[in-house]
Ligand binder design. Structure first.
Ligand code: SF4
Ligand code: SF4
Length: 402
């Protein structure tokens, strides 16, 4: 079934949801409006080795990265087709020597730019040059609220202290700051202090994101998986802080969907609201999509435009809408709410991206996977498999405090 057919059965479309209205109307080309924000993964190179890194396990080497001119052409094309925001990410985007030039080009073509960074490679001069080039926002990832645990998770000595310094420079340069904290079993106890740290840094926003389990995080699931009790406590802490700090610090919260009843609306639905561009220029429905084998993702180096790839390529259309869905999603009242959950998670845990996401309690595989997660939370080893180009390095025994 084509995505067009797939979407003719949408019932009761909310007229304020522009995309949904467009979807109900007609052809694929007319249907999926270009996303307003795009993630540009400039490189997979990164000095840190986070065990939950969302980059694919098969990292792309520097030699295959788009050149400066190719990225500039991409930015121009994105602006021309209606994209408004560009999020420079990685890997570590500051590992690219041409970052200032790319930010300047983004400004020149009218894109709002955000830098998502581990911060450890930045100097004050470099950050200042980025601000002068028109950088609009900085998002720094933190692994904890103090150096012992944070540096251990990052696999990089001195990382935490450097991040604190860069956060200070960011505010001194009057750039808005988001603190991004990825939470898991081994750092959840620090959450109240992380919230305080974000406040002390005068951050505008704090993203409390529980680890999502694909790629490197799936390899490290036994070392990262939190218990139900921990997640309940986390939700309570976040809710209290959200109420207490309203108007001072905006707190976004991503729940781990292993412990939810229904899966998250991953990426707003496959090929519906979002795409990202890999270091080698592939246009992807999400940053983990290349983990799904059997799909061909086209590149900006192909002879197709970005808009054509978004609207017409097989990889984007394969899981768009609801027509591809098996039972229980097919006849489920939530099918246009969560779009069946995450395709990458379905592939990683069931071997078929076309299955219902097993995070859903209605999936026949949910119970088996949930039980395993509970066992891992209770008895998993704390040793990390660090993310790197060599396929991962196991943490030295004794370094994990065990
Ligand atoms: S998650 Fe960690 S290792 Fe992965 S790109 Fe970000 S900072 Fe680097
Ligand atoms: S059955 Fe499918 S559509 Fe229904 S809640 Fe579960 S994942 Fe969502």
């Amino acid at each position: 079934m084509s995505p067009t057919e797939a979407n003719t059965n949408i019932a009761g479309v909310d007229p304020s949801d522009g995309l949904a209205v467009l979807e109900q109307r007609g052809s694929v080309a007319e249907t999926f409006g270009i996303p307003l924000a795009v993630l540009a993964e400039l490189t997979h190179r990164c000095p840190l080795q986070c065990p939950y890194c969302s980059n694919p396990v098969e990292l792309e080497r520097g030699g295959s990265e788009l050149t400066t001119e190719e990225w500039k052409n991409v930015l121009t094309e994105l602006a021309e087709i209606g994209v408004l925001q560009i999020h420079f990410s990685g890997g570590e985007p500051t590992a690219r020597k041409d970052l200032v030039e790319l930010v300047q080009h983004a400004s020149d073509v009218g894109l709002y730019s955000n830098l998502i960074t581990s911060a450890v490679l930045l100097t004050r001069e470099k950050l200042s040059a980025l601000a002068d080039a028109g950088l609009c926002h900085v998002q720094i990832s933190f692994q904890g609220n103090e150096p012992v645990l944070a540096d251990r998770v990052a696999g990089f000595k001195g990382a935490h202290q450097k991040k604190i310094e860069v956060a200070r420079w960011t505010r001194e340069l009057d750039l808005p700051l988001t603190v991004n904290a990825v939470m898991h079993r081994q750092n959840l106890f620090q959450l109240p202090d992380i919230i305080q740290m974000a406040l002390d840094m005068d951050a505008d926003r704090l993203e409390v994101a529980n680890v999502q389990y694909y790629g490197w995080a799936l390899r490290n699931r036994a070392a990262l998986m939190a218990s139900v009790a921990q997640i309940e406590e986390t939700s309570r802490i976040v809710e209290q802080a959200q109420a207490r700090l309203k108007g001072t610090l905006e707190i976004d919260y991503v729940v781990p969907d292993y412990y939810a009843l229904r899966p998250k609306k991953c990426m707003g639905g496959w090929g519906r609201q979002f795409f990202n561009i890999s270091p080698a220029g592939k246009i992807l429905p999400c940053h983990a999509a290349e983990s799904i084998t059997g799909l061909e993702f086209l590149s900006v180096r192909s002879n197709h435009s970005i808009a054509w790839i978004w609207q017409n390529s097989d990889a984007f259309n394969r899981y768009r809408g609801t027509g591809w869905m098996p039972e229980p999603c097919k006849s489920c009242e939530f099918r246009e709410v969560d779009f069946g959950g995450c395709r990458c998670q379905a592939f990683a845990l069931t071997g078929d991206a076309g299955n219902t996401d097993p995070a859903c309690t209605l999936s026949p595989m949910h119970e088996q996977i949930f039980k395993l997660a509970e066992q891992e939370a209770a008895g998993g080893s704390n040793r990390f498999l660090y993310r790197n180009f060599a396929g991962g390095t196991l943490e030295m025994d004794g370094d994990n405090g065990a």
